[in-house]
Ligand binder design. Structure first.
Ligand code: DGL
Length: 270
């Protein structure tokens, strides 16, 4: 069947900043025929410290921007925004595009494994929402869960502090929480944490299965596009990467998150 012109429309993807590039990179790898338009709201980062109302307001504006660029699907590549704004985005825009968040694919992946006790680490806003616990328990009611806000991790990673003594001390301090003593799986419920995944696995000496959102989200994007016959057979334009505030430091850090050099464009929507 020929690919329709609808299918050749881009996928919009947004995050509070550049952490969502971990998800964008997984999408680019797994779906090379898809064109991505990324928006990082660096002017308002970190979302993890903001109120749910503020995150909803920012997300609505960003999605409007992406829909104006004719996106067929919006990927909310931010746990904090997925937690606070997914429902309101569906309410406003479900007729204009498909929506994928980063919470549902991770929950489905982990609940399928029948663990006894899982740990969750994320920003304050994600932990406060209780969304992972609610969704996991709705699929596996007897699952034991320990969730902990780990607010130092995202800024630490963003500053490039990974795989060194300082980052290992911070990781160790958080993960030594007694609630994690008997977990058999840990969910990295924040866009930044895939970058310290190997340090986290090393902390548990391989005895805990560690999950992040990158590949499971890319898989869900593929499945949803396929179901709606919206998978593209050919990419027409290069991916575009926008940020709402631009500093040389954001530009430098992008490589850390995306794994290769990209050109960041300043688009001041505020
Ligand atoms: N992108 C955010 C998340 O996944 C982490 C960074 C922030 O707090 O803005 O929750």
């Amino acid at each position: 069947m020929a690919t329709s012109s609808s299918a050749r429309r881009p996928i919009g993807i947004f995050d509070s900043g550049i952490g969502g590039l971990t998800v964008a990179h997984a999408l680019a790898q797994q779906l090379p025929n898809e064109e991505l338009i990324y928006f990082g709201d660096t002017a308002h980062m970190p979302y993890g410290e903001r109120s749910a109302d503020a995150i909803r307001y920012y997300s609505l504006r960003i999605v409007k921007f992406l829909l104006d660029k004719n996106c067929k699907m919006i990927v909310i590549a931010c746990n904090s925004a997925s937690t606070a704004a997914y429902q309101v985005l569906l309410d406003f825009f479900h007729e204009q595009a498909l929506f994928v968040n980063v919470v549902d694919p991770l929950v489905e992946r982990v609940a399928g494994e029948q663990f006894h006790k899982v740990g969750i680490i994320a920003t304050k806003v994600t932990i406060r929402s209780g969304i992972y616990e609610q969704q996991l328990r709705s699929l596996q009611p007897d699952l034991r869960i320990h969730a902990l806000a780990t607010p130092l991790l995202a800024p630490m990673i963003e500053e490039g502090y990974i795989h060194n003594n300082l980052s290992q001390a911070v990781i160790s301090q958080y993960l030594s929480d007694p609630g994690f003593g008997d977990i058999d799986a840990l969910l990295l419920a924040c866009t930044h944490y895939p970058l310290i995944r190997s340090d986290i696995e090393a902390f548990f000496s391989g005895s805990v299965r560690v999950f992040d959102s990158t590949d499971v989200v890319a898989q869900q994007v593929r499945n949803r596009l396929a179901r709606y016959e919206l998978l593209s057979d050919q990419r027409r334009h290069a991916h575009r990467f926008y940020v709402s505030d631009y500093t040389p430091s954001f530009a430098e850090t992008t490589q850390l998150f995306y794994g290769e050099k990209i050109k960041l464009e300043h688009f001041p929507i505020w």
